[in-house]
Design a protein around this ligand. Structure first.
Ligand code: GLN
Length: 541
């Protein structure tokens, strides 16, 4: 029997609803349940793929090729359950689907309305594509009271009714602010936000209160009384020093106990020693390395969420703290600025789109290559490495990417056709920008004797992609003659997936996004190896 937990937010956004959902998922898992996590996003975009990273943060890509909300990254990192396309829906998707049906004539005779048509579609999504999950944790984006959110709140209200209390639970995450001048925690915003929720017909069963200060007995009593729930169901959620401490912190406050109580489930206490070990490695490292990340969206860390986490995981694996220096690529376009890279132990150029900053990234790659600083290029970062090698080593000064306009020597170009398994996939220059990239999991074959073959410990890998352009295979021989090795290729040998420089201590460029698959308990091997190389480099300094 699948039970549904709906997580809503109130008072303000950015309270960490995604993390709370992920942590609850991890706790229920630790109690032996099978969980699945889902996100309902009320905005009108079909997916976040076309939004600016400044607006939305990172786009998280699933194995089955969906471009989704970054909270799905938290879900995967915390539970290890690979997210699917069917785990994230937006208003844009729901409406596109309904309008397409209406045009086909599927609703012939009917007036198509928010209730019941939109709400039914949302409910179908929540209950669809499940097998034997014990729990589906379903997070609703935004805060209660947002206009866009109304159909979603109505849909979960209806679901609550249809499933009954024994199969549904409403959890509301709010802020209890500390007002310094009064020296008091204030419960009023939470009371208002719960009233708003009740006016939509939803009574929360559990209240999770984010707060800088511990909730006193009085505040707890007041919240329980005014919000109409048991005192034990008021859970305090204080700030913690690392996100990996959230499962333990929420457990100590009784969140999983309350969920089990609600459903009348008894299980042994969860074993959280794995989480404690991760936190211990983060809190008490044996050393520290600095990685310079040269990117475009460096002023908003959410734009590189999975990357930052994967670096932390690489640190945990080597028991060192990884300090990240976020560097705006454009500064390296001015002469002399590479000095900013003098003191880093590793350089990483992450994924990105558009021309701005690319010459700066190429300058950073050159610095890493010439100075033998460990270099990790991801997606655009691999493409920049190939351009740098083509220009400097292969003496092709006109080398560039056709993403930035016609290049004299297009070492990075648009592939119009490729194979996925036995199927031919196509894309054209005129295609829409939304959803037309090489997206999701693809296999790659690794060259025997290469560094990546050794790092992965296997010859065949599957990694997630999100890009429109490819390294042009026609330049393989020319580039390999300079020492750049094409050590990973698509199974048909047409798409370069990895390049490395065997003469360099650690220089790897990958066309995919390994950061999306790194987890605290299973750090990605490339990140573990890159951080280890940075540790070795730091000993030379
Ligand atoms: N802009 C490049 C492309 O589309 C790289 C994309 C990325 O780094 N994710 O191919």
């Amino acid at each position: 029997m699948t039970r549904f937990i709906f997580i809503t937010g109130g008072v303000v956004s950015s309270l960490g609803k995604g993390l709370a959902s992920a942590a609850l998922g991890a706790l229920l898992q630790a109690r032996g349940f099978k969980v699945r996590l889902r996100k309902l996003d009320p905005y009108l975009n079909v997916d976040p793929g076309t939004m600016s990273p400044y607006q939305h943060g990172e786009v998280y890509v699933t194995d089955d090729g969906a471009e989704t909300d970054l909270d799905l990254g938290h879900y995967e990192r915390f539970t290890g359950v690979a997210s699917r396309k069917s785990d994230n829906v937006t208003t844009g998707q729901i409406y596109s689907q309904i309008i397409a049906k209406e045009r086909r004539g599927d609703y012939l005779g009917a007036t198509v309305q928010v209730i019941p048509h939109v709400t039914e579609a949302i409910k179908e999504f929540v209950r669809g594509d499940l097998t034997d999950e014990d729990f589906v944790i379903c997070e609703i984006g935004g805060t209660v009271g947002d206009i866009e959110g109304l159909p979603f709140f109505e849909a979960i209200r209806q679901l609550g009714n249809e499933l009954g209390r024994e199969r549904s639970l409403f959890m509301h995450l709010t802020l209890v602010p500390f007002i310094a001048s009064a020296g008091e925690l204030k419960t009023k915003p939470t009371q208002h936000s719960v009233k708003e929720l009740q006016s939509l017909g939803i009574q929360p069963d559990i209240l999770v209160c984010r707060s800088e200060m511990p909730l006193g007995r009085d505040e707890r009593r007041k919240l329980a009384l005014f919000c109409n729930l048991r005192e034990q169901a008021v859970i305090q959620a204080l700030d913690v020093d690392t996100i990996y401490a959230v499962p333990r912190a929420y457990h100590e406050e009784g969140i999983d106990r309350e969920v089990c109580h609600h459903f009348g489930l008894t299980t042994p206490e969860p074993d959280l020693s794995g989480w404690d070990a991760v936190c211990d490695a983060i809190r008490h490292p044996d050393g520290e390395v600095t990685i310079g990340v040269v990117g475009k969206y460096t002023s908003l860390i959410d734009a590189y969420k999975s990357l930052a986490e994967a670096l932390t995981h690489g640190g945990v694996a080597n028991r060192v703290r990884v300090k990240v220096h976020w560097l705006d690529a454009e500064i390296f376009e001015k002469p002399g600025y590479v000095v900013e890279l003098e003191n880093v132990n590793g350089i990483l150029v992450p994924g990105g789109f558009g021309e701005r900053g690319t010459e700066g990234k190429i300058a950073a790659v050159r610095f890493a290559r010439e100075r033998k600083v460990p270099y990790f290029g991801i997606c655009l970062g691999m493409q920049m490495a190939v351009i740098e090698a083509a220009r400097t080593l292969a003496e092709l000064p006109g080398a560039g990417s056709s993403e930035f306009g016609p290049a004299e020597t297009p070492v990075i170009g648009l592939m119009t056709e490729w194979l996925r398994g036995n199927e031919v996939e196509r894309r054209s220059v005129e295609a829409d920008l939304g959803g037309t990239m090489r997206l999701g999991a693809y296999d790659a074959q690794l060259l025997a004797g290469s560094k990546v073959r050794e790092i992965y410990g296997t010859g065949q890998i599957s990694e997630r992609h999100r890009h429109r352009y490819e390294v042009n295979i026609n330049y393989k021989d020319r580039l390999e003659a300079t020492g750049l090795l094409f050590s990973g290729l698509s199974p048909d040998g047409q798409l370069p997936e990895i390049v490395e420089l065997p003469s360099h201590p650690w220089y790897v460029g990958v066309q995919f996004h390994p950061e999306l698959k790194s987890r605290p308990f299973e750090p990605h091997p490339l990140f573990t190896s890159f951080v280890r190389a940075a540790v070795e480099q730091s000993r030379l300094m």
